[in-house]
Write a protein that binds this ligand. Structure first.
Ligand code: NAD
Length: 244
């Protein structure tokens, strides 16, 4: 699948799914602009990918960043955070921080990018949700599930409002993906060794394996490409059967 000639912007591209997607977009021929809050991680991206520090929770920084673009064909909103616990473990601060990073960030970037896409006749916005959302009530992920369900609402809303202008908007809902943040969750799972926690994460997906970040990236390449020209408002599950 080719993204030749397409300008692709990816947030949280320093590691994990964002990084794998920036690389996959680049390998598919896209002109890629990768951003992350962590500049050190961005320095390790392959040559040819443009990178810049961007905190997606900073409205002024988001506006300034996107004011530099004349054309954007693809926006992949990846940034997100996984708070742990039930509703009783979660206070207002955790809720507000998660809503800001997991949902409002996409609202900010999309508001900045849609006018650019409208000038150029359309584009593809891809939002990172999760099967832990409206798809599945994953235990001990109350605030996370809530934010990722909100991402589905935002996605469908943008898809409905701009379908006539050629802007598509889709959500990706992964199960468990092997990324640095998953490794941190494995290391900090209470009452289990690392091996036991890894086994638990693998077994909850009926395929018995974790997804790689590159597997999710290939779905993003498809949604970014013209092959997906009739695909919008979709909830694209990639979860090894976890939510079946
Ligand atoms: P990760 O958690 O390993 O890395 C996150 C990246 O986001 C880091 O590079 C970090 O520097 C960056 N970041 C953090 N705060 C930021 C901010 N304010 N502005 C810009 N960048 C910021 O990544 P991951 O595990 O690949 O997760 C990426 C996305 O995929 C998240 O939205 C996550 O919720 C979602 N997701 C992950 C999994 C999984 O199992 N890993 C499953 C479903 C959904």
């Amino acid at each position: 699948m080719s993204l030749s000639g397409k300008v692709c912007v990816v947030t949280a591209a320093g590691q994990g799914i964002g990084r794998a997607s920036a690389e996959a977009f680049f390998n598919a021929g896209g002109k890629v602009f990768a951003s992350d809050i962590n500049e050190e991680l961005l320095k390790t991206l392959p040559e040819g990918i443009e990178s810049a520090k961007l905190d997606v929770t900073d409205s002024a920084a988001v506006s300034a960043y996107f004011s530099n673009f004349e054309k954007i064909d693809v926006l992949f909103n990846v940034a997100g955070w996984v708070p742990h616990g039930t509703i009783l473990d979660s206070d207002d601060d955790v809720f507000d921080k998660a809503m800001d990073l997991n949902v409002k960030s996409m609202f900010r970037t999309s508001r900045a990018v849609i006018p650019i896409m409208l000038k150029n006749g359309g584009g593809s916005i891809i939002n990172m949700s999760s099967v832990a959302s409206s798809r599945k009530g994953v235990p001990l992920r109350c605030v996370y599930n809530t934010t990722k369900a909100a991402v589905i609402g935002l996605t469908k809303s943008i898809a409905a409002d701009f379908i006539k202008e050629g802007i598509r908007c889709n959500a990706i809902m992964p199960g468990t993906v092997d990324t640095p943040s998953l490794q941190e969750r494995i290391a900090s799972t209470k009452g289990m060794t690392k091996e036991e926690a890894l086994d638990m994460f693998m077994k909850r997906q009926p395929t018995g394996t974790l997804m790689g970040a590159g597997d999710v990236a290939q779905l993003a390449v498809y949604l970014a490409s013209d092959h997906a020209k009739l695909v919008t408002g979709g909830e694209h599950v990639i979860d090894g059967g976890w939510s079946l």
